[in-house]
Write a protein that binds this ligand. Sequence first.
Ligand code: SF4
Ligand SMILES: [Zn+2]
Length: 154
Amino acid sequence: MTAYQGQVPDTRRKADWRDDAACRAEDPEDFFPIGASPAAKALERHAKAVCWRCPSLEACGRWALETRQPFGIWGGMTEAERAKILRRRGIKLTPVEDEPAQPARAKREPAKCGTRPGYLRHRAAGETACAPCRQANTDADNRLRRTGTMRVLT
Ligand code: SF4
Ligand SMILES: [Zn+2]
């Protein structure tokens, strides 16, 4: 068994909406604009435009709401837009991670850079994530969009 090498295993699940996802041909970074700068807003508009022409828009949006995706644009919605919809249903948008649970003692240590938890830590702190964290998030996002789990499949 080898660790995830950047190759996305595409054959381990049943066909679903991800197969038609228009964002598969896009840079995942575009789907995680940070903040409200003009550059971030431009990325957001670009990502949403991809979503609007995506045949999976509805299924993706439903999935993002059901799984409480904490960050990123899914189904043409930003995290703030999803949070608003969930709030109306009395649900709080809290991150749902399917990374393996951290041992209790690790809780006091900040998540390491170069991991998705590290990326989430930057985001939670309102910072721009560092390059290794952005890469880890991009890799996790690629796995998520294509396999339905962020876990590394071996
Ligand atoms: S994020 Fe969802 S709706 Fe947007 S392009 Fe990707 S699969 Fe389609
Ligand atoms: Zn980092």
